[in-house]
Design a protein around this ligand. Structure first.
Ligand code: PMP
Length: 392
C-alpha cells in the first residue's frame, strides 16, 4: 500500500523503540507522565454519572453541539479567570477531546508543508508529533532556567520567513518542569505583538503549583487576540474522560469549530456532563488541593533522594509544580549510555533528545514523579545513581 507522504515522518523512531523498553513490568519507570490513579474521585463520579443518566439521559446520549456543553464552558471560563487572570467569554471556548486534539487542530489550521513552527528547546513530544503530521520545519527557540529567552525569539523572527505560530508551555513545562517568570512573560508578549505571531499557550499543569502563587497566563496579557489557550481536565480531574479545551479570540475559535465539526462532530456529551455535574456537586478546588499535596510530597522526596545519591556534576531542575523534572548529565556522559545502563538495572527515564525536534545533545533525561509510591521513588533514584556513576 502507498501511504501519504506525511506518514514518512511518523514512522517508528529510535526513541519510540526505547520507550517500549521502559514499559516492562519489573522496571521502576520515571518515564511516563501518568497522574496518580489513587486520587481519581471514583465514588463521586459513579454517583454523578448514575444521577445524570437518570436525569438527562435522553439529551446526554444524543448528538450535541460542536462547541460543547454550555454550562461546562461557563465553568471553564470562570475557572480560567480565577486561576489565570483571563477575561474569556464562554462563547470563545471550544471543548475538545483532550488538549491533544487542539494540538492537531492547530497544525491543521496553520501549517502547509515547509511552514515553520517555533517551539521551546526542548518541548513536549506529543505536540511535536501532532504538528509533524502537517510536515512543518521546526525552529527551536533557546531557553535557560527561566524558560524561553524572548530576545532570542526576536532575533529568530527577524530572519526566519513563514513562521506560522509558536507553541509554548510557560507553566511547569513538559519536559523540563521550568516556569517562566513574570518579566519573561511580559517581554515575550512584546515580541509576539511586534511580529504579530500567533501563540499556542499549552497549560495542563498550571494549577499543580506546590509553592508560590499561580502566575497570570499569556492569554491574560494578550491585547491583540494572538494567544490561543489550551486547557485540560486531565491533570486536575481524570485523563480518561479526554476533556480539554481551547480558548481563543472569536473569529479564530470559529475556525477551530469548523475543524472540530469535520473531525468528530463534538466531544463526548456524556463525559462533558460528568465533569459538569461533578463540579456542581463537589468542590474541584478541594480535589486539586489533594493532588497538589501528594505530588508535592513526591517531588520533595525525589529531590531529596537525588541530592543524597546522585554523583557530583549531575544537575537537575527544581520544579515549583507539575509532573516532571529534567536531568543534565556531566560533560562527556552519554544519556543513551545511562539509559541502557538504567534498563539493565530496571529503572527508566526518557532520553532528553526525544524532546528536541532538531538539536540532539545526548546529555539529558526527563523524570516523572507523580505516579509512584515513596519506596519506589527512593529505590529508583538509588539505581539510577549507580547507573550514572558506572557511565562516568
Ligand atoms: N500538553 C502537554 C504539555 C502535555 O504534557 C499533555 C499530556 N501529557 C497534553 C498536552 C495532552 O493532554 P490531554 O490530551 O490529556 O489533555
Amino acid at each position: 500500500m502507498k501511504f501519504a507522504t506525511r506518514m514518512e515522518r511518523m514512522q517508528a523512531s529510535e526513541i519510540r523503540e526505547l520507550l517500549k523498553l521502559t514499559a516492562q513490568p519489573d522496571i521502576i519507570s520515571f518515564a511516563g507522565g501518568l497522574p496518580a490513579p489513587e486520587l481519581f474521585p471514583v465514588e463521586e463520579i459513579a454517583k454523578v454519572s448514575h444521577d445524570l443518566v437518570l436525569k438527562e439521559g435522553r439529551q446526554l446520549l444524543q448528538y450535541a453541539t460542536t462547541e460543547g456543553r454550555p454550562s461546562l464552558r461557563a465553568k471553564i471560563a470562570k475557572r480560567m479567570a480565577d486561576k489565570y487572570h483571563t477575561n474569556v467569554d464562554p462563547d470563545d471556548i471550544l471543548i475538545t477531546t483532550g488538549s491533544q486534539q487542539c494540538l492537531d487542530f492547530a497544525g491543521k489550521l496553520f501549517l502547509d508543508p515547509g511552514d515553520v513552527v517555533l517551539c521551546e528547546s526542548p518541548s513536549y513530544l506529543g505536540a511535536l508529533n501532532a504538528f509533524n503530521a502537517y510536515q512543518p520545519k521546526f525552529v527551536e527557540v533557546p531557553t535557560d532556567n527561566g524558560g524561553l529567552i524572548p530576545e532570542e525569539l526576536d532575533k529568530i523572527l527577524e530572519t526566519t520567513p513563514n513562521c506560522k505560530f509558536i507553541y509554548v508551555i510557560p507553566d511547569f513545562q513538559n519536559p523540563t518542569g521550568r516556569t517562566w517568570s513574570m518579566e519573561r512573560r511580559q517581554k515575550f508578549m512584546e515580541v509576539v505583538n511586534k511580529h504579530n505571531l500567533p501563540v499556542l499557550e499549552d497549560n495542563p499543569y498550571g494549577e499543580l503549583r506546590y509553592e508560590g502563587t499561580i502566575l497570570p497566563s499569556l492569554k491574560s496579557m494578550d491585547t491583540k487576540g494572538l494567544v490561543m489557550f489550551l486547557g485540560t481536565f486531565s491533570k486536575i480531574f481524570c485523563p480518561g474522560l479526554r476533556l480539554g479545551w481551547i480558548a481563543a479570540e472569536h473569529s479564530l475559535l470559529s475556525e477551530f469549530v469548523k475543524i472540530k465539526q469535520s473531525a468528530d462532530l463534538h466531544t463526548s456529551n456524556f463525559d462533558q456532563g460528568v465533569a459538569d455535574a461533578y463540579m456542581e456537586q463537589y468542590d474541584l478546588d478541594e480535589h486539586v488541593k489533594e493532588i497538589v499535596a501528594l505530588y508535592k510530597h513526591r517531588r520533595d522526596l525525589i529531590l531529596e533522594s537525588m541530592e543524597k545519591y546522585f554523583p557530583a556534576g549531575t544537575e537537575w531542575t527544581h520544579p515549583e509544580g507539575g509532573l516532571f523534572l529534567w536531568l543534565t548529565f556531566p560533560e562527556g556522559v552519554s544519556a543513551r549510555k545511562v539509559f541502557n545502563k538504567c534498563i539493565e538495572m530496571k529503572v527508566a527515564g526518557v532520553i532528553g533528545d526525544a524532546f528536541y525536534p532538531n538539536q540532539k545533545t545526548d546529555r539529558s533525561m526527563r523524570i516523572n514523579y507523580s505516579n509512584m509510591p515513596d519506596n519506589r521513588i527512593v529505590e529508583g533514584i538509588q539505581r539510577m545513581a549507580k547507573a550514572i556513576k558506572e557511565c562516568m
